[in-house]
Design a protein around this ligand. Structure first.
Ligand SMILES: [Mn+2]
Length: 336
């Protein structure tokens, strides 16, 4: 289990910064996923043990499926944070490619706060005072293991959080992992965590609202054989009708991924005057390029973007116009 010398250097800089500061905000991208949340909760525990005042704040409430993790109920959003009257001198930002993507919690980050940026997204803007960005790592949870180890603090609860990060970001060990990942997981398992119980909590814990949303999305499923793409749509009224939230769409995009004979899939979600697209692809096909064309970003195989002031139908039409244009004259458009 190796860290390159650049990585070792980053880990020691991060640990020095942790030791030097007292009041920490922990945060991630707007709708924190299992990776970001796992890291936040691992460090909530670690930093408090080190005697630091620490709060977790996100723009959106993390999915309820993670409510079994230690510290979940302490995570704050903007309103609950404001009541704490807390002034941070340091911030740890996990799994977030740019400062903007933190969203609303940004207003609580003082100009003078020391920013620690830990991420694995390609195109991270290196917005921190110290940055550890490694796109070859499965998850930020895998990276955080090394920091926790350096600080000498890996117990069962921390391991549980980091395991959830790795489990969810690799799609249950289906993609984006290597022998380093498995070595880290092996160390986490030695603390006595129960992977079966964790999987049960994460994957067999869907709300009725989320499943109804999935039902609607599957009925809307479409397929274009020339472009080898499948997609589904979620109009705004479906969220109202089912009571489902943005986080509940994760299960939908996951299911879309399983459609046969596709290079990639997408889900288009309508929110007020905006249409948000989530894209997923098979290994050989890059969807980050598509997302970047529309001002978004992400990973090669998982990316997203949004189109503002647009109806669902016209946003999808814009996307297809671009896709057809890129596809013209190519046999396989894996490389564009
Ligand atoms: Mn991640």
């Amino acid at each position: 289990m190796l860290l390159s010398s650049a990585e070792k250097n980053a880990v020691s800089k991060i640990c020095d910064a942790i030791k030097r500061h007292r009041n920490f905000i922990l945060t991630s991208h707007q709708a924190p996923d299992g990776d970001g949340l796992g890291c936040e909760l691992a460090f909530l525990r670690i930093l408090r043990r080190l005697g630091k005042k620490t709060l977790v704040i996100n723009e959106m409430i993390p999915s309820q499926v993670y409510n079994f993790l230690p510290g979940y109920s302490e995570t704050l959003t903007v309103d609950s944070y404001r009541e704490k009257k807390f002034i941070a001198d340091a911030v740890m930002v996990f799994d977030c490619s740019s400062k903007d993507r933190i969203g609303k919690p940004l207003v609580f980050i003082p100009e003078s706060a020391f920013v620690i940026n830990i991420d694995h997204h390609e195109g991270n803007t290196l917005f921190g005072n110290v940055n550890w960005v490694c796109r070859n790592r499965s998850s930020v949870g895998e990276m955080c293991y090394f920091i926790a180890k350096y600080l000498g603090f890996i117990d069962k609860k921390v391991s549980e959080c980091l395991y959830v990060s790795i489990l969810t970001d690799t799609g249950s060990f289906r993609h984006n992992f290597n022998s380093d990942t498995i070595n880290v997981v092996s160390e986490l398992l030695k603390t006595g965590i129960d992977p079966e119980n964790i999987a049960d909590n994460v994957y067999h814990n869907n709300s009725l609202q989320a499943l109804k949303l999935l039902g609607y999305a599957l009925v809307s499923l479409q397929f274009d054989s020339a472009l080898r793409v499948a997609w589904a749509v979620l109009p705004e009224q479906i969220f109202k009708q089912t009571g489902a939230t943005e986080q509940d769409t994760e299960i939908v995009i996951d299911m879309l991924r399983s459609v046969e004979k596709t290079d990639f899939v997408f889900l288009a979600k309508e929110r007020r005057n905006e249409v948000k697209f989530s894209l997923r692809s098979r290994k050989h096909f890059n969807v980050r390029n598509i997302a970047e064309h529309f001002g978004g970003g992400g990973h090669n195989n998982a990316a997203g973007f949004s189109i503002k002031d647009c109806t669902l139908a016209s946003a999808i039409e814009k996307l297809f116009r671009y896709l057809r244009q890129m596809n013209t004259g190519r046999n396989a458009w894996t490389g564009f």
